[in-house]
Design a protein around this ligand. Structure first.
Ligand code: UDP
Length: 317
């Protein structure tokens, strides 16, 4: 197959490029490098089945030749990024989705939308299953991300219903692994890099908020299975191993073997406004329809991720 991956130089996008190349396909990565990096695809330079197009998907997209699949992962998924770049966040979720769907329609390609657990907002149902419609504040700081992805899902279903585009939607729950940005502000890179630098781990609030963390190779396997399936509605992919952020900080100390202090900080900016109090995927649908289940234990995934950041930051053992 000939596959276009938007956000292909990003964290998850670059891992998907690796996977589809390893499976023997031709991959075109598209990225405007605003949060993605050529570092993530440098190892693919010169690969006979790989090419890169630097382009912002919020503008009209031109790709020469046929395409069998369009996977839209271009996004600014970190709360710090979408607070810093609110309009770009809305545009890539809304206009970027429209443009990539138009491209898929034109090429007769199968379409994939990377959606998010943020469509559930600060959920009133726990854990979150796909039939929960969410609790989102449209005018809060997270609204730019949440609403753009909700719009993206609606647009994807409209192209499916009206234009009969063959579509897939994944709602991605907190995923981590090598190639996350050290400074993207999310809890995994923050805590690991803080530990490696000998700094205290910054727990926001009292640390009672919960998340469930999925290793990137598990997510990629789920996406590939979904693309090979005929499941049209949204599917949650994530690891239902829920824990509090305070417990997560303790786990990072254990995995890195570094005895950092934990400090409770109370950001006064909008980083924690509307911060979901709990989040955990109900993955019954993925289990039943895709036979999918996360395989990588959190300690192992975090150890691999810590190793990546140790090298990236140039911190000796
Ligand atoms: N968080 C924290 N310290 C940090 C970064 C994040 O306590 O240095 C918390 C944040 O308030 C949230 C959780 O960790 O409750 C996960 O945040 P993240 O930014 O990773 O992504 P989110 O799941 O909110 O999209």
């Amino acid at each position: 197959m000939r596959i276009l991956i938007t956000g292909g130089a990003g964290f998850i996008g670059s891992h998907l490029c690796d996977r589809y190349l390893a499976d023997g396909h031709e991959v075109i990565a598209m990225d405007n490098l605003s949060t993605g990096s050529t570092d993530n695809i440098a190892h693919l330079a010169g690969h006979p089945r790989f090419s890169f197009i630097k382009h912002n998907v919020t503008s009209y997209i031109y790709v020469a030749g046929p395409l069998d699949m369009v996977l839209h992962l271009a996004s600014l998924p970190s709360p710090v990024d979408y607070l810093n770049f609110p309009i770009q966040t809305l545009k890539v979720g809304a206009l970027g989705t429209h443009n990539t769907l138009g491209l898929a329609l034109d090429k007769g390609a199968k379409y994939f939308l990377a959606s998010t657990s943020e469509v559930y907002g600060d959920p009133l149902v726990h854990p979150q299953a796909e039939d929960y419609w969410g609790n989102v504040n449209p005018v809060g700081p997270r609204g730019v991300y949440d609403e753009s992805k909700r719009f993206a899902e609606a647009m994807t279903m409209a192209y499916h219903r009206y234009h009969s585009v063959d579509t897939r939607i994944v709602r991605i729950f907190n995923t981590y692994g090598p190639r996350m940005r050290a400074d993207d502000g999310r809890v995994v890179p923050n805590f690991i890099c803080q530990a490696l630098r000998g700094e205290p781990l910054t727990v926001y609030g009292d640390g009672s908020r919960t998340r469930a963390f999925c290793y990137v190779s598990d997510l990629v396997e789920g996406i590939v299975r979904l693309m090979n399936s005929d499941v049209e509605g949204p599917v949650n992919l994530g690891n239902p191993n829920e824990m509090s952020i305070l417990d997560f900080a303790v786990l990072i100390k254990e995995v890195t073997g570094i005895q950092s202090n934990i400090v409770f900080v109370h950001p006064t900016d909008e980083r924690v406004r509307d911060d979901p109090k709990v989040r955990c995927p109900d993955i019954t649908r993925a289990r039943m329809l895709l036979g999918w289940e996360p395989q990588v234990p959190v300690k192992e995934g975090l150890a691999r991720t810590a190793e990546y950041f140790r090298e990236k930051l140039g911190i000796p053992r």
